[in-house]
Ligand binder design. Sequence first.
Ligand code: GSH
Length: 221
Amino acid sequence: MWRLHQFPLCPFSRAVRFALAEKGVVHELHLAYPWEHGDALSRLNPAMQTPVLENGTVILCDSSAILEYFDETVERPPLLGASAAERAEARRLVAWFTQKFFAEVTAPLLRERMWKRVVSRAAPDGIAIRDANRAAELHLQLVDDLLDENRWLAGPTFGFADIHAAAQISVADYLGGIDWGGHGQAKIWYSALKSRPTFRALLADRMEGIRPPADYDKLDF
Ligand SMILES: N[C@@H](CCC(=O)N[C@@H](CS)C(=O)NCC(=O)O)C(=O)O
């Protein structure tokens, strides 16, 4: 059986969990906090990062590598687009959300609202939080614009771009960084994701010591 080393607010682990659920891949969760520098995680991944997925024989690291592995080995549903152009657009958006959105929104919110509360016990920096919230606003505008053109972020079908975007946005939302007001298109898209059982399971998860806003996992938000 596959075992996923992760923690509830790791957006990259969320993307893997979401994709595994869509592909119907049975797996169990193993809690791993990278900042504890545990032996298990360092043996599995020299980068000391979550997520890691392993089954005792195969070890997979890096969320995008893991998603591609399962798209190649589990046929249905395909998650990377039918044409080369659709796959290129999906990969562009995956890079956007895992690099740009993560750097500007998720990572600062994780540092200020998770790390400082549960690890270093320092006071959060209000300016860093405000900047992350403002950046989130600009990214949601991009999501609105993409959805003016297509049913899903990268084209006519649900896939990797939606999975990675939803994973990053859900962590920012958990940490109070998302204001859905004025983002009608993004809200309809996220509401469609929230009603998928494969995504709802993620939203039921809680990080010890940190509570999300009241409507975080509600279909009506
Ligand atoms: N490119 C990696 C990034 C993974 C990542 O940054 N994970 C974070 C937790 S959300 C981590 O382990 N950070 C600890 C570190 O980078 O030292 C992926 O897509 O899986």
